[in-house]
Design a protein around this ligand. Structure first.
Ligand code: B12
Length: 216
């Protein structure tokens, strides 16, 4: 089997929600010394996107999505160590969470792996996080950036409330949003500093927010 076959097989296993096969092909890709970013982009994210379309076309239902979510999380656990940055010094601290009302976690796991891979220290608050918890943790952690990941329209008002509470508490961390429902318009209406349409754009924007001469 060549690299392309392994990527295709991994993508298929994710779409099928087969945890056993997903693990088998991720392990094979790792044994073949494939680049972790390629495994992530070409197999895992493409598989997740495909499943999203199938759900929207009513070919998949919630139970299927739960299996897919578990398969993706298992794969992420295996490739996370390979994404770890080689440099010991942290590029900065990012605190991230999914706002109250939303339990989607796959995109958050992906952006966390990408950020850790670049050398950021990431503190994950988890999912369904109320505004007060963001504020409380930001006071303890003093992060350079506060990030929110959301896929549900109903959480827009919660994100707006979170941003307001963060600012009212005098916390100066920059705020970035990501996830399926975020756009330029929502970012402005929520009052955040930035937003990103995908994980890689997010990394570029975060670097630019922290270092004026960041990678472009
Ligand atoms: C998988 C999934 C689930 C799984 C989640 C499993 C898990 N562990 O996460 C389960 C089955 C649990 C689920 C539940 C529900 N879901 Co759902 N789900 C999806 C689905 C199919 C895929 C989401 C996904 O993981 N995409 C893949 C990841 C990689 O994409 P991503 O999150 O966008 O992340 C990328 C970028 O956005 C970016 N990113 C993400 N976060 C951040 C953060 C920052 C800071 C940055 C910079 C970047 C960044 O990085 C990633 C890589 O590029 C979507 C459909 C879709 N097309 O998106 C529906 C979808 C999100 N779900 C939806 C709904 C309605 C629900 C339920 C309410 C269903 C129900 N009837 O119960 C519940 C929600 C319960 C709740 N309170 O949250 C709707 C939301 C509609 C809306 N706009 O409000 C969607 C859009 C489906 C639809 N079309 O109706 N779901």
């Amino acid at each position: 089997m060549n690299e392309k076959d392994v990527i295709n097989k991994l993508q298929e296993s994710i779409i099928d929600g087969s945890i056993e096969d997903s693990i088998k092909y991720v392990e094979l890709a790792i044994d073949m010394n494939m680049d972790a970013t390629i495994i992530l982009k070409e197999a895992i994210i493409k598989g997740a996107d495909e499943v999203g379309k199938m759900y929207e076309n009513e070919k998949y239902f919630l139970a299927d999505l739960i299996l897919v979510g578990d398969a993706i999380n298992e794969c992420m656990n295996l490739i996370k160590p390979l994404l770890k940055a080689k440099n010991e010094e942290s590029l900065g601290t990012i605190m991230i969470g999914t706002p109250e009302g939303d339990i989607h976690s796959i995109g958050k796991s992906l952006i966390i792996s990408l950020l850790q891979g670049q050398g950021f220290n990431v503190i994950d608050l988890g999912v369904d996080i109320p505004p007060s918890k963001f504020v409380e943790e930001a006071k303890n952690i003093n992060p350079d950036i506060i990030a929110m990941s959301s896929l549900m329209t109903v959480t827009i008002s919660k994100m707006r409330e979170t941003v307001m509470q963060i600012k009212n508490a005098g916390i100066n961390s920059k705020i970035i949003l990501g996830g399926g429902i975020v756009s330029e318009e929502t970012c402005k209406s929520i009052g955040a500093d930035a937003w990103a349409k995908d994980g890689w754009e997010g990394i570029r924007i975060i670097k630019n927010m922290l270092y004026t001469n960041g990678d472009d």
